[in-house]
Design a protein around this ligand. Structure first.
Ligand SMILES: Cc1cc2nc3c(=O)[nH]c(=O)nc-3n(C[C@H](O)[C@H](O)[C@H](O)COP(=O)(O)OP(=O)(O)OC[C@H]3O[C@@H](n4cnc5c(N)ncnc54)[C@H](O)[C@@H]3O)c2cc1C
Length: 402
């Protein structure tokens, strides 16, 4: 290799490769971490989980301190942050509580991004400033009882045009935070005569207290401060101008949001895994057996070393996917890999945490069981590991298996 080539290689490596998020992003992390310490003491996070209570106080604090404006463009009252900013905030909130991370994730992804990608100027002007100020909340009503993976095949909820409005009939399931949402982002079929099942789907912004909407709470095992609901729609009238984007093109419109969803799911898992690692490390230093701290036993040390390693690997792929997305580069494979790695490692890390805590891992007085319960969701929702693997397989050039 000539000196010239060697010089070029050196330049490329130093100027193009950096694992440093930069001063501004570090500052954002410090600030959101400080907000969590101030507004979400551990006891409060535990209490929200036990009472299955939405974190209104934290939502208000996020709004007052400008965090809810991160995913929103300046012209609509936001601060025009990028997906790296959103991932940092999601991770830090989830480090204390998966449910609290989820509230920010849902408002960013399903509220702000859906409207910004697809809605009319009128809807953006009317709703985004209120969302940035935390005056309104959105929930996402997509999944139906017959299936979330084959969501299009299973979709029976239908909207028809009648006079000056739409009328929705059908049933959704797992609509998280429907009880506190002011608006539901609802996906329905609007045409069943089109050749592809991805065609003929539309998205509506529906006021939650519209007559004909009924909720039934689901009993679940995790993310309990953000309850999930079956939502029944019976002759629900929606103003014509509350169709988000184009009629029959709703599914294609929401595809733009999917990478954000994968990356923020990975950030949630990362926060939960980080919390489990930190608690386990502390516990291993304090808990004693055979006259020594349990952290002195190699079996425990190795678990902790693996936990730390897995958290680091999940962090690398999550922020790489976010970085690609923030530069407008294709990140679909990395975003899916990030969700896969972070969800699985969070499962393994929290499970190792449960083992290190011994019997107390099983006690609700410690947070480990909450991290363990909360992160289990993300192997399934919002997208399952299997579908993520199918997607990566197809990107390898292999034929679709379903
Ligand atoms: C706590 C919680 C909160 C949620 N919040 C929301 C929300 O706010 N809004 C909303 O709309 N939805 C929400 N969901 C729904 C979630 O997105 C779905 O549960 C998820 O998409 C999986 O759908 P399903 O549960 O119907 O599983 P199914 O589709 O029945 O799948 C069952 C299993 O079969 C596998 N499978 C299916 N097809 C294939 C295939 N082709 N190849 C390989 N494996 C396959 C799946 O991966 C899975 O393991 C939530 C779910 C939960 C549990």
């Amino acid at each position: 290799m000539s000196n010239h080539v060697l010089q070029a290689v050196g330049e490329e490596a130093t100027s193009g490769l950096s694992f440093d998020l930069g001063k501004e992003k570090d500052f954002l992390r410090q600030n959101i971490r400080a907000l969590v310490e101030r507004e979400v003491p551990r006891e409060y996070a535990r209490e929200l989980d036990e009472k299955e209570e939405f974190p209104h106080k934290v939502w208000k604090a996020l709004a007052e301190n400008g965090y809810l404006g991160i995913p929103i463009e300046e012209q609509y009252g936001g601060v025009n942050g990028d997906i790296v900013d959103m991932a940092i905030v999601t991770e830090e909130l989830a480090r204390r509580s998966g449910s609290i991370g989820l509230t920010f994730f849902m408002s960013s992804c399903f509220g702000a991004k859906t409207l910004q990608f697809a809605a009319s100027e009128m809807l953006k002007r009317r709703y985004l400033p209120d969302l940035a100020q935390g005056k309104i909340m959105f929930a996402f009503s997509l999944t139906e009882p017959d299936g979330g993976t084959d969501v299009l095949g299973a979709m029976k909820t239908y909207a028809v045009e009648k006079d000056d409005h739409w009328v929705i009939n059908g049933q959704k399931v797992w609509t998280t935070c429907a009880h506190v949402a002011d608006y539901l982002v609802v996906m329905t079929r609007t045409n069943d005569k089109l050749p592809k099942k991805a065609e003929g789907i539309s998205v509506f912004l529906v006021k939650r207290d519209t007559p004909g909407i009924r909720l039934r709470k689901l009993e679940k095992i995790g993310i309990l401060a953000t309850p999930s609901f079956e939502v029944f729609y019976e002759n629900v009238k929606v103003p014509k101008d509350h169709l988000i984007g184009e009629k029959d093109r709703g599914f294609y419109q929401t595809l733009a949001m999917l990478n954000n969803e994968r990356i923020l799911t990975a950030a949630l898992c990362l926060g939960e895994a980080q919390a489990a690692f930190e608690d386990a490390l502390q516990y291993a230093k304090e808990r004693r057996a055979f006259g020594k701290p349990i952290g002195q036993f190699q079996a425990i040390q190795h678990k902790l070393s693996w936990m730390r390693t897995k958290v680091e690997l999940a962090r690398l792929i999550t922020y790489k996917a976010a970085w690609l997305q923030s530069l407008g580069r294709d990140c679909a494979v990395e975003a899916n890999m990030a969700k896969l790695v972070a969800a699985n490692f969070a499962g393994e890390v929290t499970d190792a945490g449960m083992q290190i805590f011994g019997g107390y891992g099983y006690s609700r007085e410690y947070d480990m069981q909450r991290y363990w319960r909360d992160c289990r969701l993300h192997k399934v929702g919002p997208v399952s590991d299997e579908m993520v693997l199918n997607f990566i397989g197809e990107r390898l050039g292999l034929p679709r298996s379903y």
